[in-house]
Design a protein around this ligand. Structure first.
Ligand code: XMP
Length: 287
């Protein structure tokens, strides 16, 4: 993928094995706005040998009509492995698969009490048929430690400081079934929120932020017209490891501005709410 963990793992391995490393970045269609292009560009700037695969049509097809969160994760997890497998077979003599799995990914996917909270797709999904050995250099590290490794490797701050983003991406921020249109709405709203956090100097004060598209429509008024459109929830949390989190106490002025911007600029949304739940008992993502 293209998050902080994968990027640090890639740069670390690049240092160790150089041109023998091939990075595969799969676009499942549920990334943030422009993220696929931006990440590919960043990887190239880091001197990484990267193959970008746009598999969005395939994922949208497989996810059509699916509403259950764990089912979505399973479909995306399997899709990733299939696309990855196809790409890996095009490269000669591959023996190892490297991933940016970190410690909390493993813990949250573990079943200690018999209950899996969320099955992170990069944990334990690797099929035997790929016949590759697994290399996970960050497996015992927490996020702050991964960031320290990245800084030590001289990676730029805009990459290291990026908020975590879940592997299934916006799929777990769209409650209910997924369509390209819903993804477009969410990408636009999310872009306004994240850019706003940067512009107001708040981005680095929160651990993670994003927008959730709710399966709710409500009445509003635009000019003289009645509207009946979607509601979104803004989510921003402070945390040190994502195992526990508090909702971020963002300034009212900022929240007001973002709400106006989203309603005025994102067609299809007429109501914005702010999620004030902490983890536990809520989780960071809504699915
Ligand atoms: P929750 O929602 O469990 O999230 O409080 C904790 C952290 O994990 C991320 N997350 C995921 N990451 N695959 C991932 O790679 C997933 O399925 C997944 N679900 C949640 C979430 O964004 C937060 O950083």
């Amino acid at each position: 993928m293209g998050g902080v963990d994968s990027s640090v793992a890639a740069v670390l391995l690049n240092k160790a094995i150089g041109k023998n490393l091939t990075c595969i970045f799969v676009d499942h269609g549920m990334l943030r706005k422009n993220e696929f292009t931006n990440v590919l560009h960043d990887y190239e700037c880091l001197g990484l040998n990267v193959i970008g695969v746009d598999a969005s049509a395939r994922f949208f097809g497989e996810l059509a009509g699916v509403t259950d969160p764990e089912q979505k994760r399973k479909i995306i997890g399997k899709g990733f492995i299939d696309v990855f497998d196809e790409e890996a077979h095009k490269i000669q003599d591959v023996k190892w698969l490297a991933q940016g799995t970190i410690y909390p990914d493993c813990i949250e996917s573990l079943s200690i009490t018999g209950t899996v909270i969320k099955s992170h797709h990069n944990v334990g999904g690797l099929p035997e048929k790929m016949n590759l050995k697994l290399c996970e250099p960050l497996r015992l590290l927490f996020k702050d430690e991964v960031r320290r490794v990245g800084r030590e490797l001289g990676m730029p701050e805009h990459l290291i400081g990026r908020h975590p983003f879940p592997g299934p991406g916006l799929a777990v921020r769209i409650l209910g079934d997924i369509t390209p249109e819903k993804v477009r709405i969410l990408q636009d709203a999310d872009d306004i929120f994240i850019q706003g956090l940067r512009d107001w100097g708040l981005y680095d004060q929160v651990w993670q932020a994003g927008v959730i598209l709710l399966p709710v429509q409500s009445v509003g008024v635009m000019g003289d017209e009645r509207t009946y459109e979607r509601a979104v929830a803004l989510r921003a949390v402070t945390s040190t490891d994502a195992m526990t989190a508090d909702w971020a106490h963002l300034p009212y002025d900022f929240l007001g501005k973002i709400s106006n911007d989203i309603i005025n600029r994102v067609k299809g949304v007429n109501r914005v709410t702010y999620d004030i739940s902490s983890k536990p008992p809520a989780t960071i993502e809504w699915e």
